[in-house]
Structure formats: C-alpha cells, structure tokens
Design a protein around this ligand. Structure first.
Ligand code: AMP
Ligand code: MG
Length: 309
C-alpha cells in the first residue's frame, strides 16, 4: 500500500478570531497533492482523523495497488458490504442519471490508454471494445469527492468550527466563515498562471473541477487527455477544457464534473436545467466561460446559462 506522506508542514496557529485553534497540512495521497485547513478546538485531532480517513479510502479504492478493495473486487475476491456498497451504488445511480457519461466501470479502458501505469499508448478499436466490455470498476472520477464527503461527516462529529480541504483541486468546505462572508474558491486557469475566476460559496459545499489539462500525453503531435467518452472509448472531444461543479454532495460533484465534461456545453446546460442540486462553470477550449445562473462567480467575463432556455 502506498503510504500517505506528510510533505511539508503541520502548522498550529492561534487564529485572531476568538482564539480558535487552526491547523494546516500538506499531503501527497491518491496520486495527488492535498492541502487541509481546519479551525476549531479539536483541530489537531480532526486533522489526524482526516488523514487516517484519506489513508483508509486510498487503501480501499486505489486502482494501482494489487491488494486494494477495488483490485480485489475486480478479481471477484471481495465481498461488498456497508459503506463500500453504498458508494458503489451511488456511482451506479450517477452513471444512470448521466446516461453513462460518467461510468465507474471503465477500469480496463483507462489502463489500456496507460493512464494507470504512465506507459501511454493509443489502443486500437478492438482493444477499446474489449476494454469497454470488461466492465472493471475504477472510481478515479468520484473517489476524491467521496473522500471530501466522508470527511465532512467525520468533522461534524468532532469539535470543529470550519475547514477547507483541498483534495487535488477538489475543494470541500465545511461550516461557515466567522464573519459570514462566503468562501472564495479560485478556479484554476487551464492555461496556467492566474486563476480563471473566483467562486463564492457558503457553508458546507463541494467544488470539483475536471480538466483536460490535469492529465494527458502527447504522441506524434496529438494530445490525448484522461477524460474518456464511454461511447467512443477515446478522450472526450466536447469543446471544453474544464468543468467545475458546485454541489452539496461531494460524490455527486465529482461524478458530474466528469460527466459534464464528456457531455459538452450544450448537453451539459440542458442536463443542469433538468436538475436542481448543482451549479456549474464551463470553460471552452476557445477560452469563453459559461456559468449556470446560481453560480456566484467574479474575476472574469462570462455568459450566464439561464434556467429558462
Ligand atoms: P475527474 O478528474 O474526476 O474528471 O476524473 C477523471 C479520471 O476518471 C480519469 O483519470 C480516469 O481515471 C477516470 N475516467 C475517465 N473518463 C471517465 C468517465 N467518462 N467516467 C468515469 N471515470 C472516468
Ligand atoms: Mg470527477
């Protein structure tokens, strides 16, 4: 099992506001950089427990570790019960809701492009068809959102005032800022440098971004990114470079960001009109930004997607 590494620091500060304790830590886990800020009298205990949770969920859902629950499940060696069953069921429901644009059973396909091993290649049509038919589980598109969601449940049982958990760009906020002003969450610019825009959210919220710039490889002058269209088995060509979803459920936010990326702007906007549990920001490959009317966005020019078409 890959060990969770504490990379930089665990800082314990005394915050100006009412003497609340604040802790901050950086980690490398789930193949990504994580950063946690927690405020509250039991902030240090909470941080240790969040760290333990991340470690446990990584051990369960790793697609690269032979002994993970996921690998054993794919080999038919694991009994599915309790929390794991609930998570798998939720991902199947989200897959049905998105008409398969988010598909938690692309395991072999993802491997076949080399996105698990880092040995990148372009599979031929037969390899794609065989991989799609295999139906192996891979929860990479939902597990960080799920982890944020599980962390919220944990924090709510502890003496914690508020928290911001950055799980590789998946942001999970918990609680309210003391002055009542919204959390400000920057959306990464797909082109590097300055952020693309700033989202303003209140309370416990999950803000998840899927982007073609997050993982890709170049071969013979062609760029192949990691978000696959289950209809073709190839990187989605939807005209988008990123989608950010704002939602009160982390697993839903994560699965939907992937699904909306596959759908593209038009279909994604229509999907949002038929839903009432999330908002979204779409960034096109051309640089234009579109945000659904409930998203509170600043720091950029954008078009509003209205509820009524
Ligand atoms: P995310 O960054 O949450 O959009 O997740 C992308 C990751 O999920 C990829 O690196 C793949 O491991 C996996 N994946 C790619 N395409 C899909 C898809 N259409 N549905 C579910 N998982 C996917
Ligand atoms: Mg996702």
């Amino acid at each position: 099992m890959k060990r969770l590494m504490c990379l930089i620091l665990v800082a314990v500060l005394l915050c100006g506001c009412g003497g609340t304790r604040a802790v901050e830590a950086d980690y490398w886990a789930m193949d990504t950089y994580m950063h946690f800020n927690i405020w509250g009298d039991d902030a240090e205990t909470a941080l240790a427990q969040v760290e333990q949770l991340v470690q446990q969920l990584e051990a369960d859902w790793s697609a690269t570790e032979d002994n993970s629950f996921l690998s054993r499940l794919n080999r038919g060696e694991a009994a599915v019960t309790g929390e794991q069953h609930a998570f798998l069921e939720q991902t199947l429901t989200l897959s049905a809701r998105t008409d398969g644009a988010f598909d938690p059973r692309l395991g072999q396909l993802i491997d076949c492009w080399g996105f698990l091993s880092g040995e990148y290649r372009v599979p031929d049509q037969q390899q794609i068809q065989e991989a799609l038919a295999a139906g192996d589980w891979n929860l990479g598109a939902a597990v960080k959102g799920y982890t944020g969601q599980q962390a919220v449940q944990l924090l709510s049982r502890l003496n914690v005032d508020r928290a911001v958990l950055n799980l590789g760009g998946n942001i999970q906020t918990y609680g309210q800022k003391p002055d009542g002003i919204p959390w400000q969450i920057a959306i990464q610019s797909p082109w590097g440098g300055e952020y693309a825009g700033i989202l303003h959210v209140t309370g416990t919220t999950s803000i998840v971004t899927s982007g073609d710039y997050q993982r890709y490889f170049d071969l013979e002058g062609v760029r192949y990114h990691h978000i696959l269209d289950p209809r073709t088995g190839r990187p989605a060509e939807s005209g988008l470079t990123s989608v950010t979803v704002i939602c009160h459920d982390g697993t839903t936010a994560d699965a939907l960001s992937t699904a909306l990326f596959v759908m593209g702007l038009e279909q994604g906007a229509e999907f949002w009109r038929l839903s009432d549990d999330f908002e979204a920001v779409f960034i096109l490959s051309t640089g234009e930004i579109y945000a659904t009317e409930g998203a509170v966005l600043s720091g950029c020019a954008y078009e509003v997607i209205a509820r009524e078409n």
